[in-house]
Design a protein around this ligand. Structure first.
Ligand code: SDX
Length: 384
């Protein structure tokens, strides 16, 4: 305490590194051992055994659903997949060259125009907001993809499961079952990751008691940045710019000398290879075995090996974004949709944190250490 009895300010930590900004029971990360758990369940087990909707239910309500609970949740989500023509018409006014993350942030925020605001004390409102966002985010991502190609978006198919329906709306073809299963596992792997930047945005926005559509729109804007969710798109561009395996070492040495960040590497929490990167690498190999190899994977593995020598001693290893783009590329997904797909998955985590924040809310208002000037007198413009 200071002399005036005020709380003594904590030391400033850039990026709030190591500073707990909430208490949460949703997700735990062991950055030293490379272990990630959702509500106590290991993510590798969930990726192998669960589905995205079952995992979303676990994240949001804290327990794995019974068969009846899951069936009801799946049915609710399926019934709410469609998006108002007003939103679709709004998307048709977006420039076709605009980034799909900007289209998603705009359309996610527009959902708040259709549903009553601030009924946050009504459990039914909470459930309906969760269902609507989980159900409609994929439809809006797929809709912009077709609209920017000059086509009308196609309606969701009620006979297709969540992952299959998204790939169908995106590509206009029913996906191969293996491709759909692998895509669903990717959604599980991207669903939640404790207090990352976009989830922190979600909690800060949620703490003002605004509507959940504004919360998700805030988080989408944060995820779009290249240091966060936007890295997956940049990884492929980076690999394409390296060009061939024999260029990996000179390219990496130059990048390190120029203090450039290697996209898809490093993490605030993990000081070993991101467990999600381990699983995504295996999923990529499954796709290559089934649908043909991608030589860019060999280049990625060479980069990982050389980077382990150069950057491993600093605890810099591949993160979730390093192999995810190779999986999505094999699934025929355009590069600038990689981050919107990350947003589809992370909507589950953002909603879990929104609900948790409401359960024990206090508006976020951190302090600062003022470093500016003080006691200055006004100067008329002629005297400046
Ligand atoms: C995601 O937080 C989450 O959980 C995020 C996420 C999630 O699921 O929500 O996991 C998803 O965002 C994954 C990260 C995707 N971003 C990238 O791949 C971009 C490249 N990565 C870096 O920008 C960086 O590693 C961050 C942003 C991920 C983490 O940054 P930190 O913890 O603030 O680390 P830093 O920038 O302070 O770097 C510390 C040191 C520096 O060296 P020194 O100046 O101390 O000598 O490590 C170096 C950095 O130069 N470093 C890197 C590096 N990452 C850190 N050097 C080269 N390449 C990198 N990628």
């Amino acid at each position: 305490m200071t002399a005036s009895g005020a709380q003594a300010p904590s030391p400033f930590r850039p990026g709030l590194e190591g500073v707990p900004a909430t208490q949460s029971s949703i997700c735990d990360i062991d950055g030293q051992r490379g272990v990630l758990t959702y509500r106590g369940f290991r993510v590798d087990e969930l990726a192998a055994q669960s589905t995205f909707l079952e995992t979303a239910y676990l994240l949001i309500w804290g327990e794995l659903p019974t068969a009846e609970e899951l069936r009801e949740f799946e049915q609710e989500v399926q019934m709410h997949r469609r998006v108002s023509f007003r939103i679709r018409d709004m998307m048709k006014c977006f420039p076709s060259g605009g980034h799909p993350m900007d289209a998603l942030q705009s359309s996610a925020a527009s959902l708040g125009l259709f549903y009553s605001r601030r009924a946050l004390d009504n459990p039914e409102y909470i459930v309906s907001a969760v269902v609507r966002l989980i159900a409609k985010i994929p439809t809006m991502v797929a809709a912009f993809q077709l609209i920017r190609k000059g086509q009308d978006p196609i309606q969701p198919r009620d006979d297709l499961a969540y992952a299959s329906n998204f790939l169908y709306m995106l590509t206009e073809r029913e996906p191969d079952p293996l491709a759909a299963r692998i895509f669903d596992a990717c959604l599980i792997l991207h669903a939640e990751h404790s207090l990352n930047a976009s989830t922190f945005s979600a909690r800060v926005t949620a703490s003002t008691l605004t509507d959940p559509y504004a919360v998700v729109a805030s988080a989408v804007g944060t995820l779009a940045g290249p240091l966060h969710g936007g890295a997956n798109e940049d990884v492929l561009e980076m690999l394409e710019s390296i060009g061939s395996e024999d260029q990996v070492e000179p390219w990496l040495d130059r990048a390190i000398a120029e203090k450039r960040k290697i996209m898809g590497f490093g993490h605030r929490e993990y000081k070993v290879k991101d467990p999600r990167a381990v699983i995504l690498q295996k999923l990529a190999e499954q796709l290559f075995d089934a649908f043909g190899h991608d030589p860019m994977y060999d280049l990625a593995r060479k980069l990982e090996a050389v980077a382990a020598e150069r950057l491993g001693p600093k605890g810099i290893y591949p993160n979730v974004d390093f192999y995810s783009g190779l999986v999505y590329r094999k699934l025929g997904i355009p590069e600038d949709l990689f981050t919107p797909i990350f947003a589809i998955a992370r909507t589950a985590g953002w909603l879990a944190h929104w609900k948790e924040q409401l359960g024990a809310n206090r508006i976020y208002r951190p302090s600062q250490i003022y470093t500016g000037p003080a006691g200055r007198d006004w100067q008329p413009i002629g005297a400046r």
